[in-house]
Design a protein around this ligand. Structure first.
Ligand code: ADP
Ligand code: MG
Length: 333
């Protein structure tokens, strides 16, 4: 069952040369982990926030964003409240920014239950303790009495995850949930998220700039470039046979999570800012396969190629060409 569905979502600010998001179509089903990957500034956070009905001030919004059937584009206050309190929850990069530094962890967890959902203090306290246990904080009674500064970043992110689960959402939106944490804590937090997702059958949208991390934990990946989805495929397929040159570039420039070191090849050039626009493929200026007179003329549309959907004028030729092809990442290195 589809929990989250973006249909041709576009978000534009009047003063900018190109839209922040341009025709984004993306789906997350119940029980599914979907990753959205792209460089900084590509539009990932704007996409995530749209799932709570949050759009940049003054933005013109087109298309649909449905959470469990409720469309959030142009939604009334009651529909927004329903989705934000009962259906979807967001976890951000920096747990310290999510909590009030002068309130105890227990208050952070119980206040929404008491004030929004009308629970008694005893009910809310019991639920908070249970949730802290669920995110692997072994001594819930002690942690409920602590202040945020008494907890490490990893412990605090567990608290934030527990808070996101208080209302039993069906959809969890995680925007770079481990980017502010060290590598071993990152692995622990991902393990907690994965376990909760499986146990509770949640739909999970994982937003990250790290394609290796996305590949390690998700079922499907969407790759975003300059506000457009340029490729989507099941994770194994995307990882071994990237079809869009940008996807191949991301894989070739990311250090593997484990295994021996490999030679990395950065993608040349810089991403396109909001003050620039191009009539053709936004990636063409950085693409070693770009064909003048074609790739710079019209934007490629997302089209099905085998198990993937790809927005590249040259996908069919690149798949057929013996060399130089996109190749798999091992050959690429
Ligand atoms: N509220 C806003 N007002 C103006 N520009 C915004 C706003 N939010 C995001 N942007 C711009 O939209 C683009 C995409 O931002 P964002 O979704 O945060 O990127 P990402 O999360 O992929 O790094 C960026 O160029 C950013 O500066
Ligand atoms: Mg972001």
């Amino acid at each position: 069952m589809t929990l989250l569905a973006y249909e041709d979502l576009s978000v534009s600010l009047p003063a900018m040369a190109r839209p922040i998001l341009d025709g984004v179509t993306l789906r997350v089903s119940a029980g599914e982990v979907v990753a959205l990957v792209g460089e900084s500034g590509s539009g990932k956070s704007v996409t995530a926030r749209a799932a709570l009905g949050l759009f940049p001030a003054g933005a013109e919004v087109g298309g649909r964003v449905r959470v469990d059937g409720t469309d959030l584009v142009g939604a009334d206050a009651a529909s927004l409240r329903h989705v934000r309190t009962d259906r979807a929850a967001m976890i951000y990069q920096d747990p310290r920014a999510a909590v009030n530094p002068v309130r105890r962890v227990g208050d952070f967890l119980t206040e929404p239950l008491r004030l929004v959902h009308g629970w008694s203090r005893a009910q809310a306290d019991a639920r908070a303790a249970e949730l802290l246990g669920a995110v692997g904080l072994p001594d819930p009674a002690r942690h409920l009495n602590q202040y945020p500064h008494e907890l490490s970043g990893g412990m605090l992110q567990r608290v934030v995850i527990a808070a996101a689960l208080t209302a039993e959402p069906r959809l969890l939106l995680c925007d770079e949930p481990t980017t502010a944490l060290d590598v071993s804590t990152q692995a622990e937090i991902l393990a907690v998220l994965g376990r909760l997702q499986r146990e509770r059958g949640l739909g999970l949208l994982l937003i990250t700039h790290d394609i290796e991390l996305a590949a390690a934990v998700s079922d499907r990946i969407y790759v975003m470039y300059a506000g457009r989805i340029v490729e989507t495929a099941p994770v194994g397929e995307l990882f071994t046979s990237p079809r869009h040159p940008y996807t191949a570039g991301l894989l070739g420039s990311a250090p593997p999570l484990d295994g021996p070191p490999v030679r990395l090849t950065p993608i040349p050039g810089a991403p396109m800012g909001l003050l620039e626009s191009a009539p053709g493929c936004a990636f063409a200026p950085r693409c070693r396969f770009a064909e003048p007179g074609r790739c710079d003329q019209s934007p490629p549309l997302l089209q099905r190629h085998g198990p993937a959907e790809v927005a590249c004028h040259r996908t069919a030729e690149l798949a057929a060409a013996p060399a130089p092809s996109l190749a798999s990442r091992t050959e690429d290195r």
